[in-house]
Design a binder for this molecule. Sequence first.
Ligand SMILES: [Zn+2]
Length: 352
Amino acid sequence: MDLKKVLERASIRSSGAVIIGSNIMVDGHEPNYPIRIITHIHRDHIKDINKSVREASLIIGTPPTLEILRELGYIIPEHKSLPLGYEKFIKLDDGEFKLVPSKHVIGSAQVFFRDYILGIDIGYTSDFKDPGKGTPIMNVDVLIIESTYGKPEWSRPMKDVTEDLFIDLVKQLLAQGPVYIYGYHGKLQEAMHILRCGGVIAPFLAPYRVYRVSKITEKYGYEIGELYLETSEMANEILRTKWYVLFEHLSKIRQRVMSSSLKAHHIILTGWEFETACRRLNERIWRIALSDHGDFEDLMSYVSQSSPQLVIVDRARGGSAADVFANEITKNLRIRAIPMPISAPSIESFMR
Ligand SMILES: [Zn+2]
């Protein structure tokens, strides 16, 4: 495998754009690429979307991804957008690609590209968890992979019991008063789904954006159940009963904790908790290690099952964890791994 040639066809730029072949940029923008793929709704993957809308000819994402982005206020004109279901190949002049399912958030996807020029397969995982179960493994020659929890100490040994602990905690706390749950879009809806499947029947309340995104996820098969807009008349009645779960974007936690009744309990959903699945921070606030990313062990497991010839580790989003993760791959799996973006002289060192 000629590394120089491969890196011309598969790379990550400092803009955060993942470049695949001659036409495709994923999750970031670079000039002169006609196709922008958005793997999912998280902010670090929709960077420079307005630039892409202006300059590219096509914006591609799964139907829920594009629908939710519009709901969140992004303008993607119909004539430039292509909602693409999983496993449907699109042919280009230099290769063909498809979106592959992933377990991360509603609508999230991996990207698989068959490169006609080099005769190799290139895959970009984007963010994922549960490799081999919820997230299918792509068997490719060049694997571009995320590295959010790319350090060996970032493992969650309790990950298999977290959902059950979360359900039990919410049930327990609901007996004492209202429960507020905080997370990002996508994770909040997953939390609703987990609680409903776990038998939580209390009504759910949400502010406008969370409510709207939840309604879309429900359309795509999530179990959301009884959910009311916080400002609706029905919600007014429910607030009086003090028996409800309110879902709020993580950025609003401070105001919510300050303004809610002392009987209310607050649960933060975060992946940045490794020692325990459930931690009590004080009288009223809890933290649950519910992550939408795999931990270190999951990342390694994806690479070893995919067994590529080359791994490109996403440093644009993963930061220094990408360097550590690339090292671990080379050391433990004996597969060449390069964190990107890196400087030209550093790339030279990988060529040797
Ligand atoms: Zn994400």
